[in-house]
Ligand binder design. Sequence first.
Ligand SMILES: Cc1cc2nc3c(=O)[nH]c(=O)nc-3n(C[C@H](O)[C@H](O)[C@H](O)COP(=O)(O)O)c2cc1C
Length: 170
Amino acid sequence: MDVNEVIKVRRSIRKYQIKEIEEDKLFRVLEAGRLSPSAVNKQPWHFIVITDPEIRKRMKEAYSRNWFYEAPVILVICVDPTIAWVRGDGEKFWKVDGSIAMQSMILQATEENLGTCWIGAFHEKTVKKILKIPPHIRVLAMTPLGYPDETKSKVNKRKNMEEILHKNKW
Ligand SMILES: Cc1cc2nc3c(=O)[nH]c(=O)nc-3n(C[C@H](O)[C@H](O)[C@H](O)COP(=O)(O)O)c2cc1C
């Protein structure tokens, strides 16, 4: 698929097959995150790949949907705000950096015919406890990763271009 096709076919997937993910596919997904751009090239991210069924089950305590922890892999995107770029006016960029890495991995997963769903509504303290994440590290996002067990052909509703595009001024 070309990039435009990948962007168009990606959907949030909330039902996964039990089928395991091939190592080379998982590697390319993680590599897409590693190669992402970041402010001042700080690369403040860490990725946790959870395949252990017991740990996946425990992750239910942090986000309780069955389809989330039943997927063969849970990918957790962490960021170290202590090394991420801070602009002169104090604006912090760690969330931007982590989000770019997350989106790169989501798009690569789509290319590999793997499903993802950006999870933001999790309990961060619980994730940190289960995964033994150091105190100064933030958990930005998570996604289940696996072969979709649902077909979503309908395009999710988006705003029209006229609603969001401004030419030359607001
Ligand atoms: C920052 C962010 C947080 C999200 N958090 C959740 C979540 O906690 N649970 C969930 O089911 N979907 C979550 N989503 C998925 C959105 O609901 C979904 O992307 C949106 O409805 C558009 O649908 P689509 O991804 O299929 O195009 C999140 C998406 C983003 C970008």
